[in-house]
Design a protein around this ligand. Sequence first.
Ligand code: NIG
Ligand code: FE
Length: 387
Amino acid sequence: MSLLVTGIGELVTNDPALGRGPLGLLTDAAVVVADGGVAWTGPATAAPDADARMDLGGRAVVPGFVDSHAHLVFAGDRAEEFEARMSGARYDGGGIGTTVAATRAASDEELRGRLRGLVAEMRRQGTTTVEVKSGYGLTVEDEARSLRLAAEVTAETTFLGAHVVPSEYGGRSDAYVDLVTGPMLAACAPHARWADVFCEPGSPHAFDGDQARAVLAAGRAAGLGLRVHANQLTAGPGVQLAVDLGAASADHCTHLSAADVDALAGGTTVATLLPGVEFSTRSPYPDARRLLDAGATVALATDCNPGSCFTSSMAFCVALAVREMRMTPAEAVWAATAGGAAALRRTDVGHLAPGARADLAVLDAPSYRHLAYRPGVPLVRALELPG
Ligand code: NIG
Ligand code: FE
């Protein structure tokens, strides 16, 4: 059964062969959807027939957001930590231990309920692909459990046993790295597509460059793709490690040296910016312009987590990227869709050319620009297709 979606006032395809500019923009467009995929995209006047029709009344359509960085398997709440930060307390990752204790104590049902609730909340705001990390279990059993739950809601599951060193190991600990790269990885790899590490010599809770390299090398040897929490608090070794190892993405990129920017511009590693974190930790924003102007591929993601940034809204991140990081609305929307897909090395999402997954996000607005122009307004949702 095929469906002709028509009445699309403005369509972002992200395919320059289909429309204007890097967004492949079309006005008065139509899309034919069949078997969960895009079968045809073009001007409404040229649309082929289909079994059924849906008229969007002139609304804008963008590819569903690809949120390539989120921590959704957790229990508990850190609103008081947020409140303290707003009064001047610094973020250093120490609060992660609070969430680890709550997550270990939670039942599968509690974790699953929270996880599914957040994925549904994202979908209602236009996100159709989400990556989900472990990282609040930090025992062999609790990390494997987190990933089993994550795999129920997404194919983009990431093993983050190296999130922080859990308190039972004391400070920065090679013994814990041995656990992560040994039995924990063995138990988690069957449920994960990616391995990640919080590489941050500036945090007493996270991992230094040598430890991060060991974690990533072990992940790669286990067949996992690589991603890195890099350069969030200081200009540490994370970004260059990510590029060296051919990681799909270096995430945060808040503090970059000139060599870091060159490495990202010259490699295949996507720079994933998480401006909700800077908003929620009252920190300086990453220099998106410098990355874009150097030729790096930039993605935007929420980093949705109970500590450093508890937003599920990609539209909010787009607005921050435009207002605070001086990305153009077009650059920001591309980064939140095609950029996220690049960061996950996916070619079936983040665009709306024939062959893509039929992930359409519809705006109660005439143009994608309204995502930044109308901050905080719930304009965008995933389009629910019949059947
Ligand atoms: O990406 N930086 C490390 N991890 C998360 C925060 C997790 C937390 O604070 O609970 C991040 O910001
Ligand atoms: Fe994160």
